[in-house]
Design a protein around this ligand. Structure first.
Ligand SMILES: O=P(O)(O)OC[C@H]1O[C@@H](O)[C@H](O)[C@@H](O)[C@@H]1O
Length: 252
């Protein structure tokens, strides 16, 4: 017999939702840490080399900086948002130069170390497929296809709305919900019957702003309270904690 989930278990009710839209880095693949390390290297080099100025904060880049100002944002938006948080103004050419240097660091790590999909996410996708729910992947990253391929997931998502698509379509970045809304539209589902799964503060904010039926925050960095404050309806440490109900039972 199928066990009945208790109220405090994280569930996706297949009678209430038609689809799930997953963020990529940190939700599907273990690449949030690769991005975070590349950003740390870039900004620490930049801040150390920059001459002291009274209204600028040149202290080292922290995990908190990553979560607040960079995570989930597009490449150049991340540069602008972080530097603004330190009172640092630079021209657009510098923003682009810094973003491109960080991309070089990121791609080098990806090539040297590879990446993998989180087993809990892969298992949840299996449950969704078995229960007839559809799913898509979104990302602020222009490297989404390469990351999926590096994790062996190139054939898993029929719908992908990534940083390249956002640029092509002129979509605003998170916390604007545009990428999620385009993904829902391409899946042929309504936001209110769609679940968003995100690990970034800007991402859960986007899920809330887009009117999505359920926003699940994934907390791998001990920032569950902030995810809730920014719009997550429930927070899990890993998607292995989430089950789809009613569970699909094959006919005998
Ligand atoms: O520079 P890319 O690969 O296009 O990625 C943009 C952003 O993509 C997001 O998914 C990451 O959280 C950010 O750290 C990253 O900066």
């Amino acid at each position: 017999m199928t066990p009945v989930p208790t109220a405090d278990q994280a569930v996706i009710d297949a009678t209430r939702y038609d689809a799930v839209v997953f963020d990529l880095d940190g939700v599907v693949t273990d690449t949030a840490s690769v991005h975070s390390r590349a950003w740390r290297r870039l900004f620490d080099e930049f801040l150390t080399a920059r001459p002291a100025a009274r209204d600028e904060d040149h202290s080292a880049f922290t995990d908190e900086d990553y979560l607040r100002y960079v995570d989930g944002r597009s490449r150049y938006d991340g540069v602008r948002t972080f530097l603004a948080s330190r009172g640092i103004e630079v021209d657009e050419a510098t923003v682009r130069g810094l973003g491109d240097r960080k991309d070089h660091y990121f791609l080098r790590s990806l090539e040297e170390e590879g990446t993998h999909a989180f087993p809990g996410t892969v298992a949840l996708i299996g449950q969704l497929a078995a229960s007839g729910l559809s799913y898509a992947v979104i990302s602020a990253s222009r490297n989404c296809a390469d990351v999926l391929a590096a994790a062996g997931l190139q054939d898993v998502f029929d719908v992908r709305v990534d940083g390249l698509a956002a640029r092509e379509l002129g979509l605003a970045g998170k916390p604007d919900p545009a990428v999620f809304l385009v993904a829902a539209h391409r899946l042929g589902v309504t936001p209110s019957r769609t679940v968003v799964v995100e690990d970034a503060l800007a991402g859960v904010e986007a899920g809330r702003a887009g009117g999505f039926g359920l926003v699940i925050g994934v907390d791998r960095d001990d920032h569950a309270d902030e995810l809730t404050a920014h719009g997550a309806d429930l927070v899990v440490a890993d998607l292995a904690e989430v089950s789809v109900v009613p569970e699909y039972e094959p006919a005998r």
